[in-house]
Design a protein around this ligand. Structure first.
Ligand SMILES: [Fe+2]
Ligand SMILES: [Fe+2]
Length: 314
């Protein structure tokens, strides 16, 4: 167990645990790190240091629950970049490499039924994982972006976490089928080699899913709570505005219409609003300013620079 710090030297920690290379590559941090610390390397590559450390400490300690970072320390854009990059890594690099090795180990299935079934099983598995990743790329991450930008959306992260499965089960099953039932000639290095890769990929997929469940989801829940509070506050402020003495831009437009001598109907037409809305605005103006007559409004409008004297109907 190790708790990495922002001051730790990157080169040293890779030597201690080479699996951390994967975390680096998925944060798009290149090698050639010289004697730089985690913080220096993160800053140089526009990666949020706290988020990098959170993933590093979680994965580097076997996804142990004790190493789950506090959600408020995480940067969701950095975490999403990491996860997107991991999706590309699995789909574009890891899965095709395993497929090539599988063919190399068991054949392409043209003369061997069990090899054909193994390949079909693998291909179905990969297309399921592709769907899983595409759902996250196309629905979940854009939803998080919209939360960050405070735009309205009806999605909820509970919908995601309720049905999220780590996508590694089938790979575990394939590995077990090969180990238990596939009879390869002794000394078949290729089969052992691909099994080794499947073990590695299975572990990485599990860790990937756990990062989503234990780092991403809590950070999104926190943001959802904050944005619900923000929404409530803005709505309340809107209500307060109704009650306050400050005039809204629309109410100022109505005053300008009144002091120019327009009728309520003419004001409604000019502002493209209904007559009823004009009447509501006029009631609110009277209440807010405690001025009820057009003459009083004229004085108010001139003093406050809403109109010039020459535009006023006296
Ligand atoms: Fe994912
Ligand atoms: Fe996932």
């Amino acid at each position: 167990m190790h708790n990495y710090l922002s001051t730790d030297k990157v080169a040293e920690l890779i030597s201690q645990d080479y699996s951390l290379l994967q975390v680096m590559s998925r944060f798009n941090i290149p090698l050639g790190v010289k004697e730089k610390s985690i913080d220096e390397v993160c800053r140089a590559n526009n990666v949020d240091t706290e988020t990098f450390l959170a993933v590093l400490n979680f994965i580097g300690n076997g996804c142990n629950h004790k190493y789950i970072a506090e959600p408020e320390t995480l940067s969701l854009p950095s975490l999403m970049n990491y996860l997107r990059q991991a999706h590309s890594y699995f789909l574009d690099f890891s899965f095709p490499a395993i497929r090539r090795k599988l063919i190399n180990a068991v054949g392409n299935g043209s003369d061997n039924e069990s090899a054909l079934l193994i390949l079909q099983y693998y291909d179905t598995y990969v297309s399921e994982v592709r769907e899983h990743f595409e759902y996250e790329n196309a629905i979940v991450f854009p939803y998080i972006d919209s939360l960050i930008n405070q735009s309205h959306t009806s999605f909820n992260i509970d919908t995601f976490s309720a049905q999220h499965d780590p996508a590694a089960k089938k790979l575990t099953e394939l590995k077990n089928i090969i180990i238990r039932y596939y009879e390869a000639p002794a000394g078949s290095y290729a089969l052992h080699d691909v099994l080794f890769d499947i073990f590695g990929c299975e572990e990485e997929l599990k860790a990937h899913g756990l990062v989503e469940e234990h780092l991403l989801v809590p950070a999104v829940k926190l943001l959802e709570r904050e944005s619900a509070v923000h929404k409530e506050k803005t709505e309340k402020e809107g209500d307060d505005d109704e009650q306050s003495s400050t005039l809204s831009p629309r109410e100022k437009d109505v005053i300008i219409g009144v002091v120019k001598g327009l009728t309520n109907k003419e004001i409604a037409d000019k502002l493209c609003i209904s007559l009823n809305t004009v009447l509501t605005h006029r009631r609110n103006i009277a209440r807010k300013l405690e001025i009820h007559s057009p003459a009083g409004l004229t004085i108010y409008a001139i003093i406050n620079g809403l109109v010039e004297l020459k535009d006023v109907s006296l």
